[in-house]
Design a protein around this ligand. Sequence first.
Ligand code: MLT
Length: 265
Amino acid sequence: MNVHVNGITLAYEDRGTGLPVVFLHAFPLNRTMWGAQQRALSTRYRIITVDLRGHGESDAPLWHYTLDQAADDVRGLLDHLSIPHAVFVGLSMGGYILFAFYRKYVGRVTGLVLADTRAQADTAEGREGRFQMAQTAYKNGAGAVADVMIPKLLNPTTVHTRPDLVQAVRTMIEGNQISGIAGDLMAMAERPDSTPLLRRIACPVQIIVGEQDIATPPSDAKLMADEIPGGRLAVIPQAAHLANLEQPEVFNRIVGSFLDDIEKG
Ligand code: MLT
């Protein structure tokens, strides 16, 4: 399905009924990374997945991207679906967007799952890395971005033993336009430090991290859990950055039980 928001077309899926749960994907993937979560959780909940601006089947305009703008796009989607508030699940860049969303639209948030993400802004070195990645994308295409990213997204055992999963991730990355990849990199490089926000988060929060995540390591997850009042932390063994893809059953169990607790009130 498509919706026109903020001057662009976004592609999304809306499955199941009940408590609405909106899933925001990682950089540089798309909504299909949530396939296992959509299948397992839409039997009990209303699961909404969206290709963020610049990704998958959504428009990827050549212009300046910000995470606030991505948050505005998500709000536009909620308005279109007449959803006043929802639980949000964001992995990595999806989590960065959730901090922006929470700052702007706190009244629309029933709960947050912050997976394989971090509250801190980029370091100077991190920003330089974004610049280099944008040049790689521009000069050599999305395939070259996949070559650099895959070892950071999946644990080495997965890379060697799960060619199906590696290919699925590669296909998602290569399906993105360069305008979207570069736009995201600029948006992430400019994002503010969200650590001061953590203490003010007042909704239920589940934090999840893959034990072998080198992109946003367990220490970043622990910092969020320590600062967010009542924040719960789950560490998933044998998973790296894309914990939902590497260990879908464990990930689904954690998210499912968090959603059950929210429903029970
Ligand atoms: C992601 O998975 O969204 C990215 O690794 C985030 C980042 O590069 O900081």
